[in-house]
Design a protein around this ligand. Sequence first.
Ligand code: ZN
Ligand code: FE
Ligand code: FE
Ligand code: ZN
Length: 277
Amino acid sequence: MIVDYHTHTSLCKHAEGELGEYVQQAIAVGLDEIGCSEHIPMPDGFDREHRMEVHDYYSLYAPRVTELRERFRTRIAVRRGIEADFYPGTEEWVSNFVRENDLDYVIGSVHFLGDWGFDNPVFVHRYDEQDVNEVYERYFDAIGKSASSGLFDIIGHFDLVKKFGYRPTRNMKEIIWEALKTVRTHDLCVEINTSGLRKPVGEIYPDETILEMARQLEIPLTLGSDAHTPADVARDFDKAVSLAERYGRGRIVTFDKRERKEVKISRLAAPHGALNH
Ligand code: ZN
Ligand code: FE
Ligand code: FE
Ligand code: ZN
């Protein structure tokens, strides 16, 4: 069994391609399941430029997933997920949104520290204007809080704070261990997210020292490409599968209506590089 649970489409205004193209690509590379995890709509125009509106969810996103799920039922499982932001003050809104919709899974991601969209290339200069150690501490503190919020199933790109290659000078191991313990206590899973390989840091999220700690805590893993274009579906999954073999006992988890199941991982039938890119 092999899945890609982290993808975006043009609905979020910073990705390209329509969901049908993602599903076609997923079938071409031999995935058993493809999950769309469009960025969740947020209240009060929060970060509106990078996400769909609530009415887009109901008129475009939700029905399109249902339609494709039916159409390709015999060839691939199409899951309806969402990538929700953890942002203090919006928990109730997110909780209501998730409760009102029949999602297969919810990825919880930290993209903001205060008003700083720290993973947005436009604001990368702000890393130079503060203590990177403190940025990392605030980030992993937020990850721990996101895990104890009870809102999510999967912790997205666990060490996203490294995206632009800014590294702490202090050892973060203890802080990361605390965050992972919270993930374990709240019975969440962590995704192996290959998109970091396509970013300045050039590394999968999370790195192997974190995956080793996750292994010690027996935290389940799942897989995501964070594709923002159809060609990136399952990108670099040969590496992701190797990591799941090493740090997840060769197992990943899948979701159906927010029910989690552990399955044995398999390699892609059609190696990704053999396709059109
Ligand atoms: Zn995105
Ligand atoms: Fe994200
Ligand atoms: Fe994403
Ligand atoms: Zn993401």
